[in-house]
Design a protein around this ligand. Structure first.
Ligand code: NAD
Ligand code: UD1
Length: 349
């Protein structure tokens, strides 16, 4: 049996892709997810895609704030590490319902950390976000760039990073990787798993995808008056499978380097792509026209954000390998095979 990893939020977008890579690498994976923003079908498909390794995957429908339920899982399985994806991530919703975000993301993480400590599992990989850089003055963002939360969602990421630093300071047995993701897009090349957010998506790629399959008539471009190459916002898009592999690299680091403390890594490509460039690449990959509507800037949006990836390359021995073309190809493959995601056609969405 390979090493055993608990994956919170493993039914979600980044989680499902990471669980697949874990299984293929010979790990045993236990997923806990309350399915708030995901479907159990994703877990089933991961097991199928993993072939003979699919038997090494277990799923529990659990809310991580439910300490008793978490304890039950920990009492029956000894985990070598935890990858913690579970959290709410819609920025706009976090502004409307801050308590929901603090309760779910912060209380949920504290519950998880307490149970981990009680059962002697002190290796954690946490999903942080490039959102912690706010609107950066200097680019690319390095792990030392100033941090600034622009909204309650971003606050939860910053607070959890701080909590992790504090518990490591208090007890150096804790080994923690804070992974700051840039913009994950694309899907597994099979087209059987991908992003399927509940309700109206917030992010660019799921919206482009829904326009491409006829679920929405147009894409609103949030601002075309930025000081960028074509006036639209620039981001560092990273293929979700590259991101998943970054987690495997982080786990290997845990098991190979005894000097790990509480470490921060950017996971991105280091390249900036504008909204219009992304739309053009997707149109080319899909052969579909994405009708655009020019809209005002979205409050809280940075103009340009991209990563310095030198630290992850050097210390995790990991580097993103997929291009924007491949991200769009795989996104379209998933979209065309699953125009309604994991669900059935829904007239409301
Ligand atoms: P996602 O919504 O697809 O996955 C999150 C999963 O967590 C979902 O399956 C949801 O049902 C589950 N969940 C939420 N609260 C829970 C709780 N209390 N108990 C149990 N399960 C719970 O999101 P994702 O895109 O896969 O993101 C994963 C993580 O990465 C999140 O923490 C997110 O904030 C972070 N992140 C995502 C992005 C991105 O653009 N996708 C960027 C930076 C950081
Ligand atoms: C957003 C969040 C960020 C979060 C990240 C991943 C905001 C302000 N920021 O980042 O906190 O970590 O998602 O979940 O919400 N765009 C359009 N039209 C759209 C949607 C987006 O033009 O309908 C543009 C945006 O202005 C931006 C780019 O596309 O320039 C990417 O947007 P998005 O996918 O939402 O990611 P971020 O803005 O990087």
């Amino acid at each position: 049996m390979g090493r055993c990893v608990l994956v919170t939020g493993g039914a979600g977008y980044v989680g499902s892709h990471t669980v697949l890579q874990l299984l293929l690498e010979g790990f045993t994976a236990v997923v806990v997810d309350n399915l708030d923003n995901s479907s159990e079908f994703a877990v089933q498909r991961v097991a199928q895609l993993a072939g003979e390794f699919g038997k090494n995957l277990t799923f529990h429908r659990i809310d991580i704030r439910d300490i008793e339920a978490l304890e039950k899982v920990f009492s029956t399985t000894k985990f070598d590490a935890v990858i913690h994806f579970a959290g709410l991530k819609a920025v706009g919703e976090s502004v409307q319902k801050p308590l929901l975000y603090y309760k779910n993301n912060i209380i949920g993480t504290i519950a998880l950390l307490e149970v981990m400590a009680a059962y002697g599992c002190k290796k954690l990989v946490f999903s942080s976000s490039a959102t912690v850089y706010g609107w950066p003055k200097d680019l690319p963002c390095t792990e030392e760039s100033p941090l600034c939360a622009m909204n309650p969602y971003g606050q939860t990421k910053l607070m959890i990073e701080e909590i992790c630093h504090d518990i490591h300071r208090a007890d150096s047995d804790w080994k923690i990787m804070l992974l700051r993701y840039f913009n994950p897009v694309g899907a597994h090349s099979s087209g059987h798993i991908g992003e399927d957010p509940r309700g109206i998506p917030n992010n660019l790629m799921p919206l482009i995808q829904q326009v491409s399959v006829g679920r929405r008539p147009t894409l609103a471009v949030f601002g075309n008056d930025y000081s960028t190459k074509d006036g639209t916002g620039v981001r560092d898009y990273i293929h979700v499978v590259d991101l998943a592999d970054g987690h495997i690299a982080a786990l290997h680091k845990f098991f190979e380097d005894p000097n790990i403390g509480c470490e921060v890594y950017n996971l991105g490509t280091g390249n900036g792509t504008s909204v219009l460039e992304m739309v053009a690449a997707f149109e080319k990959a899909s052969g579909k026209k994405i009708p655009l509507v020019m809209a005002g800037r979205r409050p809280g949006d940075a103009e340009i954000l991209y990563a310095c990836t030198a630290k992850a390359e050097k210390e995790l021995n990991w580097k993103a390998k997929y291009s924007i073309e491949e991200m769009c190809r795989d996104q379209w493959n998933w979209a065309s095979k699953n125009p309604w995601g994991y669900g059935l056609p829904d007239p409301a969405n």
